[in-house]
Design a protein around this ligand. Structure first.
Ligand code: AMP
Ligand code: MG
Length: 337
């Protein structure tokens, strides 16, 4: 079969990224321009600034990408773009850019959900084989999913309230940690010990998660200690929180493996960058003889490589989209399947 080259565009938050991927699994070239330093000055992503910076940078990102390869846009088989979820103004910059390329170069346009991108980033490591379990851990998603084929998702367990990434970010905020919260909790946790007694979330045999109780417990603890004039050991609290949150992910993943007897696990989403989670998943999969795939760190943060990977099965199914494509700031991935 002829090789398929897809150009992917990602601009859902504070990274402007464009990538070319061959056959959904071979990265040809990628450029990622992060705005993190700018937003860090404000303590979080400022949507208005993010979309302006995408507008300033996106053409330069394409120029930089094309300087890394002999391929040009006319060599592409399709243009793929992340359309949801994210900051609307940011998404729209990438969407309009992708539409323009598709129109000018007469290429099919493929819309990709951000979470599909995180899932299909696993193909960059080794081909996803089915059936597989997928642990999806991001700012808006916490799911254990069974996949029997490409784009076939059966949710086995989901969060009943907060997503795990959201929980990391809220706890980071109450500990006065700088944006981005998740990675800073991880850094602090490395310096601390698991000494604080926090409640175990959803301590049962179901596959659903709940993180709001744990989040509230940390927030209340910090407020109570402050009111009493006590000093909080932030390193220990970060470590205690991270241990209990990650251990919960591991416990439910183990249950899902045992219940389904599926011996493959892929991991997806920004929280999969967490080194304690990666370590515990390795231990679990060694113990249960499960084939584990976690994308390398650079593919766990936002990038267009994963968008081009996720577009490939859609290209094969000819699931193209027309030029009326719009951005969606919120769209839960799995309910639409
Ligand atoms: P996503 O929604 O998949 O783009 O991932 C973003 C989420 O991942 C945010 O909530 C981040 O705080 C979280 N995150 C990123 N890196 C880490 C980390 N090392 N540890 C914990 N959470 C992280
Ligand atoms: Mg992401």
């Amino acid at each position: 079969m002829k090789d398929v080259y897809i150009l992917g565009v990602e601009s859902s938050c504070d990274e402007t990224s464009i990538s070319i991927v061959k056959n959904g699994s071979v990265e040809i070239a990628t450029t990622v321009l992060t705005q993190m330093d700018t937003h860090a000055m404000y303590g979080g992503v400022v949507p208005e600034i993010a979309s302006r910076m995408h507008t300033e940078n996106i053409t330069l990102v394409l120029e930089d990408l094309l300087s890394k390869t002999d391929l040009s846009v006319s060599d592409m088989d399709a243009i793929a773009v992340c359309y949801a979820p994210g900051l609307l103004g940011s998404l729209l910059v990438g969407i309009e850019f992708a539409k323009t390329l598709a129109l000018v170069y007469n290429k099919p346009l493929i819309k990709v959900h951000h979470i599909a991108g995180h899932i299909y980033a696993n193909n960059l490591v080794k081909e996803i084989k089915f059936p597989t379990l997928a642990l999806v851990v991001s700012g808006g998603h916490t799911e254990l999913v069974r996949m029997d084929d490409d784009y076939s998702f059966k949710v086995l367990g989901t969060t009943l309230d907060d997503a795990i990434g959201e929980c990391f970010d809220k706890v980071a905020r109450v500990l006065d940690l700088k944006y981005p919260g998740g990675p800073n909790i991880e850094k602090l946790a490395k310096l601390g010990k698991n000494t604080y007694n926090l409640p175990i979330p959803m301590n049962n045999n179901e596959l659903n998660f709940s993180f709001s109780g744990l989040k509230s417990a940390v927030i209340n603890l910090v407020h109570n200690e402050k009111q009493r004039g006590n000093i909080i050991n932030k390193e220990d609290l970060a470590c205690s929180f991270q241990t209990i949150a990650v251990d919960e992910l591991i416990r439910k993943t183990k249950l899902a493996i045992i219940k389904t007897n599926i011996k493959r696990l892929i991991v997806a989403g920004g929280v999969s960058a967490n080194s304690y989670l990666r370590e515990k998943l390795n231990e679990l999969c060694n113990e249960l003889d499960v084939d584990l795939s976690i994308p390398p760190l650079k593919y766990c943060t936002d990038n267009a490589t994963m968008i081009a990977c996720a577009a490939y099965p859609l290209y094969l199914k000819k699931e193209f989209t027309d030029f009326s494509l719009n951005g969606k700031s919120q769209e839960y991935f799995f309910t639409n399947k």
